[in-house]
Ligand binder design. Structure first.
Ligand SMILES: [Zn+2]
Length: 669
């Protein structure tokens, strides 16, 4: 489906999206709109000029049309030479038709061949060709950045005018911060007439750059290219989305979808019949928690008679036939290895897009769950070749968990201030939503089911302990996924005795018996408040009212002396920390119903969990605080988050600053 012209996409059929500095997008965004029928127009900006070491940067850029009609400064070596019907032969996509208006752009710096296509129609908002969707994603983020394009700050500068929340409980507020070469050099220092000063609005509140302590950047980047089912509210809608996506899918690709949640439509779990619209195309749709997926007949045929792995389930109907629903290890081990993996260029481009996505929410550092292969192929590559575009510091936890684990690689890894390895991950159980979280007592809505232990915890009680001991002995932090109350008990039994430095991270901690609450003193609870808002809708059914006191014990954990770190688990849910703060401050679930409001936190407690608490959990002492020696990473709120009425509104973000440079928004007058 072709929409009326509202956008311009400069398209490169030749170069991969390897590196993508925001300046490219901003420059192209300043370009004039090609007018249908015009013979020639000149694009503006410095997209090609800033290309740097990679020759194909600057090719794929997007911009708003209609915002500008006048010709801006010409872009050296980049000229739009013709505007007319799109030459669908050069790039085939079902959404591009002969009615799509396009321009052919050529560059004088390259051979006189077609260099790029300028598509002047916005396509269906859900194009399913991954590359095309990626371009749109980059375009949308780029356009957003461009709207607030900010000049670089001087290397030495004083920020003042606003109120600065430091995350230091002894001294929480400051009136000025001095920065030099990406670091904070002084807080509330005496006047220095020689120092350039930027005066922020008096209503602004500056916090340390926000840190998401538990995110999946590489996975998130990839799901930005997939069919999003998170807003589906009925079987009919589910099926029509699948059918539409199948129609617009490039030949030879798998139809990949994610985000469904049966609590949106009354609890019936999808089956292969729901995917009929995909026809013979292999189709996989992951539940929003990634712990269950449904596949169609084409994928079931590929799996064949392979047995179900331990810790998983192939759900079957009354006749014994597979319904298409696969849980836990069945999803991960039977299907994932068969899904074609995206090219390394696609993965790098997607990762760069996630940095900008995070920056737009005030995030400057993350604790990211990553496979070793992604760290090698994408993260390290970007750090080496496009360092300036790495605007989020990544402190990785490695997801590879085949025993024995290759710690030698991790120890030899070149940690620096942009990319480092914090630890290794293991799963103890599944999720509440899928009823696979391991509970002390059976589920209230499934009397024979206590969920499951998975991986090391399922194999042998000593294996988890050996794993944790080995991770710690190599200087890393063991990070364990534990959602059920028994899973946390198993985790603490195995890990706490080995962890004298208390560096283990207990991820999720969604249900917790009183006995384990006391054992969490001094330990790291890495939690995701937006999961509370989501799971609160199923928790009373799963747990029963008599166990609701075990659910998301934020306040109890602080009282018990646990160390709270907040994150999102994106792409499971949004990584906007403001949505997490709303959930933890108000106790409202996603439907607006209050849940366990006795566990509500203050705004300050939440911000601490998203800054210094997260930094401590990731063992990054130069992050998460406004203090001399720390990195000059900041989130500048337009509106005071401490005065915000969180149930109705979110404070706006004026700018995000990483290493003393604005990476989102604008703070200069
Ligand atoms: Zn996760």
């Amino acid at each position: 489906m072709v929409r009326p012209p509202t956008s311009i996409l400069v398209w490169s059929p030749s170069g991969p999206l390897t590196a993508y500095p925001p300046a490219c997008v901003a420059a192209a965004a300043a370009a004039p709109a090609p007018v249908a029928g015009a013979a020639a127009a000149t694009c503006a900006g410095a997209a090609v000029a800033v290309a740097g070491p990679s020759a194909d940067i600057g090719a794929d850029v997007g911009a708003d049309v209609g915002a500008t009609t006048a010709l801006a400064a010409p872009l050296p070596g980049f000229t739009v030479t013709g505007v007319g019907p799109f030459d669908a032969g050069a790039f085939s996509h079902p959404d591009i038709t002969a009615n799509t208006t396009a321009a052919t752009a050529t560059t004088t710096n390259a051979p006189p061949t077609t260099f790029a296509k300028v598509v002047t129609s916005i396509l269906d908002p859900h194009p399913h060709d991954p590359l095309l969707q990626l371009c749109f994603m980059v375009y949308r983020i780029g356009a957003r950045l461009m709207l607030h394009a900010s000049p670089t700050l001087p290397a030495r500068v004083r920020l003042t005018g606003a109120r600065f929340w430091t995350a230091d409980p002894m001294n929480p507020w400051a009136a000025s911060v001095d920065i030099a070469d990406g670091r904070i050099t002084a807080v509330d220092a005496p006047p220095r007439p020689d120092l350039p000063t930027i005066t922020l609005p008096a209503t602004a509140v500056v916090t340390p750059g926000l840190i998401d302590a538990h995110i999946h950047l590489s996975l998130g980047g990839q799901t930005l290219n997939q069919l999003d089912l998170s807003t589906v509210h009925s079987r009919a809608e589910f099926e029509s989305r699948i059918e539409h996506a199948a129609r617009t899918l490039a030949p030879g690709r798998w139809l990949r979808a994610f985000g469904w949640n049966e609590s949106h439509w009354g609890g019936e779990r999808p089956t292969r019949a729901w995917l009929r619209g995909a026809g013979n195309t292999p189709c996989i749709a992951y539940r929003m928690d990634q712990h269950a997926c449904v596949v169609n007949d084409a994928v079931l045929a590929l799996i064949g008679a392979e047995p179900c792995p331990a810790g998983g389930e192939i759900v079957r109907d009354s006749t014994g036939a597979a319904t298409g629903l696969l849980l836990e290890q069945a999803a991960w081990r039977l299907v994932n290895p068969r899904v074609p993996i995206p090219t390394v260029e696609d993965r790098r481009a997607a990762l760069l897009a996630t940095f900008q996505h995070c920056n737009s929410f005030g995030i400057t550092a993350v604790g990211s769950m990553e496979y070793e292969s992604d760290l090698r192929d994408t993260h390290e590559h970007l750090r080496t070749h496009t360092r300036a575009a790495c605007t989020v510091r990544v402190i990785a936890t490695i997801l590879d968990r085949e025993w024995p684990v290759d710690f030698a690689w991790g120890r030899a890894f070149a940690n620096d201030e942009l990319l480092a390895i914090a630890g290794w991950k293991s799963f103890i159980d599944g999720t509440l939503g899928s009823r696979t979280a391991r509970m002390i007592a059976p589920y209230a809505d499934d009397a024979t089911n206590r969920g499951m232990l998975v991986e090391f915890a399922a194999e042998d009680p000593d294996r988890l302990r050996t794993w944790a001991r080995t991770v710690i002995a190599h200087g890393f932090s063991p990070s364990v996924h534990a959602i059920g109350d028994e899973a946390l008990r198993v985790a603490l039994d195995a890990i706490a005795p080995e962890d004298h430095a208390r560096i283990a991270r207990f991820e999720h901690c969604q249900t917790m018996d009183d006995a384990e609450l006391a054992r969490m003193h001094g330990r790291i609870a890495s939690m995701q408040p937006l999961h509370k808002a989501d799971d609160a809708r199923v928790a009373p059914a799963r747990l029963g009212n008599d166990r609701m006191h075990t659910f998301f014990r934020f306040r109890d954990l602080l009282t018990a002396g646990a160390r709270l770190a907040f994150g999102s688990d994106w792409p499971i849910v949004s990584c906007d920390p403001r949505l997490g703060i709303r959930a933890a401050v108000t106790g409202l679930d996603l439907d607006g119903t209050p849940c366990r409001t006795d566990q509500n936190l203050t705004v300050e407690e939440c911000l601490r969990a998203y800054t210094s608490g997260a930094a401590d959990a990731l063992r990054a002492p130069a992050l998460g605080r406004i203090a001399p020696g720390c990195h000059a990473d900041f989130c500048v709120f337009t509106d005071d988050p401490f005065a915000c009425h969180w149930a109705d509104t979110l404070p706006r973000i004026m700018a995000t600053i990483a290493a003393g440079a604005p990476v989102y928004g604008n703070i200069a007058p």
